[in-house]
Design a protein around this ligand. Structure first.
Ligand code: AMP
Length: 396
């Protein structure tokens, strides 16, 4: 039996999913939260609704990895460590260096650490996760899967900002995008569902979760995406502002007597978006409920969310000079039929339409009417499967 483990390490957390490959079935999944604390929370769900949950001191990522592997054996999810033949680590920033997933060695770990200037909290934690697995399971295939790789196919006109060129040549200041693993997964799946070669399709993939981004996928390649130098750009998100006029930064810092730019960027990252607009919550379900109860700020937050999605779709129709399919995915995209309907109902001029009955789903489905000019699809994303597939593909 061959099992692969997909890892998503944060600064104080480690999410994992254990998959049986090549069947792609989930054997167990879980989370270690509050790493570094005496009261870290360790959860594994497995089997038929079984759950293991314990609060205990887990002082670093290496201990988290050790405990995780030991517990998989203790719960008889695996008979021994030998069953795990691969590990895949999600990495947020791959810069221009990583155009594809890569086998992890000391050099790759060093490069991931060096790229931390593009994602300070994430890359450092991810490098620690890689080292921890190398130490405990040195002989298994270890792969780094980068959020940015899928977008390295963007042309210069899409990834350069209109600022002095030397900022790019000297500092690599450019658009990198994010959520690449998800956009790649749903674009491929859309082609399969439509029964057409990916190479012949123009697809717009809308990953609408707490973080949200839209990608123009032309012939299977990302040609533009809404997130930018960092995941702060683009759409209105749970707590992130998305695109704003850069002049607003200086203006508001003066008004608010904020002198530290990091303090203001923190507001744009953590106190803006749906949360900042609605004053209610960053969670779309809460905002929808408040809007239905008559909260006008929540109503306008929803309008803005939909408006920004529509505008990006419009842009990407122009970027690709056409569109064959629009895909919705992630928490909001997969679950909010209202959001999907409202977005598509404003794009009828492009030939988009929604079938209300087909749209009444949270599962994988084509939700446009039969024979529609533009296919609209709902596709639950699965970044872990995509990571596990990369382990299989790169296995030595
Ligand atoms: P993600 O980051 O992909 O986990 O997505 C989280 C977002 O999905 C949150 O804003 C949730 O409110 C939203 N979400 C999850 N379920 C629903 C639902 N049934 N209706 C609307 N939004 C949902």
């Amino acid at each position: 039996m061959s099992k692969s483990i997909a890892i998503n390490a944060g600064s104080s957390s480690l999410k994992f999913q254990l998959l049986e490959m090549p069947e792609e079935t989930v054997v167990a999944k879980g989370l270690v939260e509050r790493i570094g604390m005496e009261d870290a929370i360790f959860t594994i769900s497995y089997g038929e609704d079984q759950e293991y949950k314990v609060v205990e001191p887990i002082l670093n990522h290496e201990v988290a990895v050790e405990k995780l592997l030991e517990q998989l054996v203790a719960l008889e999810i695996i008979a021994s460590f030998d069953e795990i033949t691969g590990v895949g680590h999600r990495v947020v920033a791959g810069g221009e260096l990583f155009k594809d997933s890569a086998l992890v060695d000391d050099e790759v770990i060093k490069q991931v650490e060096e790229l931390a200037e593009f994602a300070p909290l994430h890359n450092k934690a991810e490098a620690i996760g890689m080292k921890a697995f190398k130490k405990v399971l040195p002989d298994i295939t270890s792969v780094a899967v980068f959020d940015t790789s899928f977008h390295t196919s963007m042309p210069k006109k899409a990834y350069l900002y209109s600022v002095p060129m030397e900022y790019y040549t000297e500092f690599k200041a450019r658009k990198y995008g994010a959520h690449g693993t998800s956009h790649r997964f749903v674009a491929r799946r859309a082609a399969e569902m439509l029964g057409k070669p990916l190479e012949e399709l123009k697809i717009i993939t809308c990953h609408l979760g707490n973080g949200a981004s839209i990608t123009a996928v032309d012939g299977g390649k990302s040609v533009d995406t809404s997130m930018g130098f960092s995941p702060l750009a683009g759409l209105t998100m749970g707590t992130r502002c998305g695109d704003i006029d850069a002049s607003l930064v200086g203006f508001l810092m003066n008004k608010l007597n904020i002198t530290d730019i990091n303090e203001f960027v923190d507001i744009l990252n953590h106190k803006s978006g749906l949360l900042g607009l609605s004053g209610v919550s960053s969670d779309m379900r809460d905002v929808e409920t408040a809007a239905a109860e008559g909260n006008e700020d929540a109503q306008v937050a929803l309008e803005i969310f939909v408006d920004r999605v529509q505008k990006y779709i419009g842009q990407y129709v122009a970027v690709m000079n056409g569109v064959d399919a629009i895909v919705f995915t992630a928490g909001i995209g997969e679950n909010s039929k209202e959001t999907r309907r409202d977005v598509i109902n404003g794009l009828t001029w492009f030939g988009c339409a929604i079938d209300e009955e087909r749209n009444n789903t949270r599962k994988e489905a084509i939700i446009s009417p039969e024979g529609a000019k533009v296919a609209v699809l709902n596709i639950p994303t699965n970044e872990e499967v995509e990571i596990a597939r990369d382990i299989e593909r790169l296995r030595k």
